[in-house]
Design a protein around this ligand. Structure first.
Ligand SMILES: [Fe+2]
Length: 412
């Protein structure tokens, strides 16, 4: 062993030991922290009920924040009709794009201030809701958005916030986090603050009926990844366990239906909206794990959409967890009706069930885009994200080399 290799192995072991120590100390604190959750309105009347609630509460000047595709869809007309019915002086900011950056956030802040807004309505996918969290908090409190990057930097709440997801996946309408792209450093910046959790979440399946099958599949697998990583987190509680098992059961039952007949299967869409929301609530408390850390690298380097990246990585990470978490994995297997004569067998069957679900959804869990030359810096970033975030994962890689070998194994 060379001296350099020996010292880097030593450093790796030291980082892991420090991380494990942190996780042990933080566990009781995180498990007892109060977590803000939005009030939920669900069903096909919930969009109208939310606008009624806004008007009855005395809000008069909402800003609708969305993307320029959503404003062209018939369902957007339903929102506008409701706003006009209640005679609200609304304004629309429809510039949201995937992976919103700080320039876009600044434009949204200016828009809200010029309108003298007293409330916000985010409608769309995770990017619209994430961007609104930051725009609202900064516009209402007159703060530079770059100043609130990190953990609990924003202490004050924004204006009254209605979040209306149109995909069933990110759970952003329930979470205390927002991801913004820094166009200067080309890095993703995460804002985590209990103050950004929306006040009202609207789970209305009728807004999701036109979602194409591929997006339904990818976003649904993002929700499954949240629920499974949350269930395997060291910060899981009895409450998050119950919600995650319910979410996992819903996704295995309804995601194939939402994928294959989502144009007219309202029940499947509504159940997926609820499953995604439940997983959003739970991972706000428990955080996520290796799947997300690896998926973020696939997104940053190769542009793989978040949900699809999670779907491709999830079966591999579950297989890696077998020696560490077979009992917990067996409990997830029980939730979806898998039978077996031992925890190990059930846990192995769970990995197969996730792989089969991917196949049903036409997702191939083979990472053909991975390049050997990228593995070293990727593994470095994956370890850093996991330890710094920090993600309370149930199992560890012994060395950076082992993680690189794991990534190599996903290529085939
Ligand atoms: Fe996610």
């Amino acid at each position: 062993m060379t001296q350099t290799h020996a010292s880097s192995s030593l450093l790796f072991a030291l980082r892991q030991r420090l991380y494990r120590l942190w996780a042990a100390i933080a566990r009781p604190i995180f498990r007892s922290l109060p977590i803000a959750t939005p009030e939920v309105l669900s069903g096909d009347q919930s969009l109208d009920s939310a606008i009624a609630r806004l008007a009855e509460s005395g809000y008069r000047r909402p800003v609708v924040i969305t993307d320029n595709v959503f404003v062209t869809l018939p369902v957007f007309g339903r929102l506008i009709d409701a706003l006009e019915r209640y005679q609200l002086t609304y304004s629309v900011f429809s510039d949201i794009v995937p992976d919103p950056d700080f320039t876009l956030i600044e434009a949204g802040i200016s828009h809200c201030r010029q309108h003298q807004f007293d409330s916000v309505i985010a409608i769309g996918g995770g990017s619209s809701i994430d961007a609104t969290k930051v725009i609202n908090g900064c516009a209402h409190n007159q703060i530079n958005p770059r100043k609130i990057v990190g953990l609990l930097k924003l202490r004050k709440k924004g204006a009254f916030f209605v979040a209306i997801p149109t995909t069933a996946g990110t759970g952003s309408e329930a979470t205390a986090a927002a991801v913004i792209t820094d166009e200067q450093s080309h890095q993703k910046k995460v804002v985590v603050s209990l103050s950004v959790v929306p006040d009202l979440a609207v789970l209305d399946a009728s807004l999701m009926m036109g979602l194409p099958p591929a997006i339904t599949a990818a976003t649904g697998m993002d929700a499954l990844t949240h629920a499974m990583e949350s269930y395997l987190s060291r910060f899981a509680t009895a409450e998050t366990d119950a919600m995650n098992l319910a979410s996992i059961k819903r996704i295995f039952t309804y995601l194939p239906r939402a994928f294959s007949q989502g144009q007219h299967d309202v029940e499947a869409r509504q159940e997926m909206a609820l499953a995604s929301h439940q997983a959003g609530v739970t991972f706000t408390r428990t955080s996520v794990g290796w799947v997300h850390a690896i998926a973020h690298q696939l997104g940053a380097r190769y542009g793989v959409p978040h949900g699809l990246a999670n779907a491709m990585v999830l079966p591999h990470v579950l297989a890696f967890y077998l020696p560490f978490a077979s009992a917990r994995m067996a409990q997830m297997a029980d939730a979806i009706g898998i039978e077996g004569d031992s925890d190990q067998h059930k846990a192995e069957a769970l990995v197969n069930a996730v792989t089969e679900l991917c196949q049903t959804l036409a997702i191939t869990p083979e990472l053909t885009m991975l390049k050997e030359a990228d593995l070293e810096s990727m593994s470095d970033n994956i370890i850093s994200e996991t330890y710094r975030s920090p993600y309370p994962v149930p199992g560890y890689f012994d060395s950076q080399g082992q993680l690189q070998q794991f990534l190599r194994g996903m290529m085939a």
